[in-house]
Design a protein around this ligand. Structure first.
Ligand code: ZN
Ligand code: ZN
Length: 134
């Protein structure tokens, strides 16, 4: 079954004809701002398996350093996906509908987490980046 997602207002919808991989949560100060949360919740997709179903014209982008950017809804502000050099690189787990059958496998940059965040016990965490790529 394809994985589907949409923004808060529902104007933008997408489908992934494959599976998500390498779900992670980054607690760095930049991700806190980009994801409006205590951390990111993000998983990788194959660009060729990702397809917009509706509202692609409502997307707007912010491209930061090193060609990595985020795409979000102009109307409601939901951040839907990450892009790298113009291609979809991953999706924000918050905009996925239902169960994408993946769990966040690691928490990274925990040394830079917000003072107000309390880490759950038992999660795999790294003070900075993790040894795995991506
Ligand atoms: Zn929206
Ligand atoms: Zn980060």
């Amino acid at each position: 079954m394809a994985i589907r997602g949409e923004c808060f207002c529902g104007g933008i919808q997408y489908q992934i004809n494959g599976s998500l991989r390498d779900a992670r949560s980054c607690h760095c100060s930049r991700c806190r701002k980009a994801f409006n949360a205590q951390a990111s919740a993000y998983a990788l997709v194959e660009a060729q398996e990702f397809q917009w179903l509706a509202g692609e014209d409502m997307l707007t982008s912010y491209v930061g350093e090193h060609g990595f950017g985020l795409q979000f809804c102009q109307k409601c502000g939901s951040t839907l996906c990450g892009v790298y050099n113009g291609a979809v690189h991953g999706v924000t787990l918050g905009c996925v509908n239902g169960d994408p059958e993946i769990e966040i496998g690691r928490h990274i940059f925990v040394a830079s987490k917000a003072e107000w965040e309390v880490m759950p016990e038992g999660v795999v965490q790294y003070a900075e980046g993790s040894p795995e790529p991506g």
